[in-house]
Design a binder for this molecule. Structure first.
Ligand code: SIN
Ligand code: MN
Length: 245
C-alpha cells in the first residue's frame, strides 16, 4: 500500500507498512499548518538509524518519560524481585532480571522458556501503561505484548550474542527500551557467526527487531557504567516487549 506523501521520510523500510511506522505522527512530532506538515524542532533532534534491519529510534523517550518509566519498573521489581538465572549450560547470567505481563522469560538447565509465574510462585505484575504506550505507538494498539522482560545491568554485566526465539509467532517484532547507562549493542546475522556491527544505545533509545531482522543475533558487549545519572547508583535497565503466544 503506498504511503501518504506527507509521511515519506518518517517511514521505516525495515519493517514495512506505513501504518505501523508513523512514529513521527503518532508522537505528534509532526506539526501541520494549513494542512502542510512542518517538522518540529524536537523531531529534528531525533534520529532514526537502521542497522542490519534493526531500527534504532534515538532519543525516543525524553528525560521526564524515562524517569516515570524507571519509577514504574521499580514497582515491577518490588512485586517480582530481580534474580540472576542460570543459562541452559549452567552458567549464572551476569544480568539480573524479572518480568511483567502474562509470561516471564526464564532460564535454567532445562532450557530457555516462558513461565506463568515468578520463581517465588507469584504471578508476574502487569506491564506498566508507560511501557505499553511505546508498543501501542510503534507496533500495535490491538495486539499488546505478553511479556516485558526487564534486564538490569550492574557494573560488568553483559549479554552474549543470542536470538530471541522462544516466542510462537515471529511476525511480531521485539521492541526494546534502554534506560540508564549507555551500552554497546552488537548485531550479527540471522545465521550464527560472521561479521557484526554495533551501535551505542543511550537512555531513552528504542530498538525494533522485526521483519527480516526479527531473528538476528544480538547482545550487549559493554556498558559504560555510571555514564547516565538516571539511576542513582548507576546501571542500565533494558526492557524487551514480546508477543509470546
Ligand atoms: C536482550 O536481548 O534481551 C537485551 C538487549 C539489551 O539489553 O539491549
Ligand atoms: Mn534478546
Amino acid at each position: 500500500m503506498p504511503c501518504p506523501p506527507r509521511f515519506r521520510g518518517y517511514i521505516s523500510r525495515g519493517l514495512g507498512g506505513c501504518k505501523r511506522r508513523l512514529w513521527g505522527k503518532s508522537r505528534e512530532l509532526v506539526i501541520f499548518r494549513d494542512g502542510v506538515a512542518v517538522v518540529s524542532e524536537r523531531q529534528a533532534m531525533q534520529t532514526r538509524l537502521e542497522i542490519r534491519g534493526v531500527e534504532v529510534l534515538k532519543g525516543y523517550l525524553d528525560p521526564k518519560a524515562q524517569e516515570a518509566m524507571v519509577g514504574d519498573i521499580r514497582g515491577v521489581a518490588a512485586a517480582a524481585p530481580l534474580f540472576s538465572p542460570e543459562t541452559r549450560f549452567g552458567r549464572k547470567m551476569s544480568v539480573a532480571m524479572t518480568s511483567a505481563g502474562k509470561y516471564g522469560w526464564y532460564t535454567d538447565r532445562s532450557g530457555y522458556r516462558y513461565e506463568r509465574r515468578h520463581p517465588s510462585g507469584r504471578e508476574w505484575p502487569p506491564i506498566p501503561d508507560s511501557v505499553l504506550a511505546v508498543w501501542r505507538d510503534l507496533v500495535s494498539a490491538e495486539r499488546l505484548p505478553d511479556c516485558c522482560l526487564v534486564n538490569f545491568y550492574r557494573d560488568g554485566a553483559k549479554m552474549g550474542l543470542h536470538q530471541d526465539r522462544d516466542e510462537a509467532d515471529f511476525s511480531w517484532p521485539v521492541l526494546s527500551v534502554s534506560l540508564g547507562d549507555t551500552a554497546r549493542f552488537r548485531i550479527g546475522s540471522v545465521e550464527r557467526g560472521g561479521s557484526t556491527e554495533a551501535v551505542w544505545l543511550e537512555s531513552g533509545d528504542v530498538c525494533l527487531m522485526g521483519g527480516p531482522a526479527r531473528l538476528v543475533h544480538h547482545g550487549i558487549d559493554k556498558v559504560r557504567f555510571g555514564s547516565s545519572s538516571l539511576l542513582s547508583d548507576g546501571g542500565r535497565i533494558n526492557l524487551t516487549l514480546r508477543v509470546v503466544d
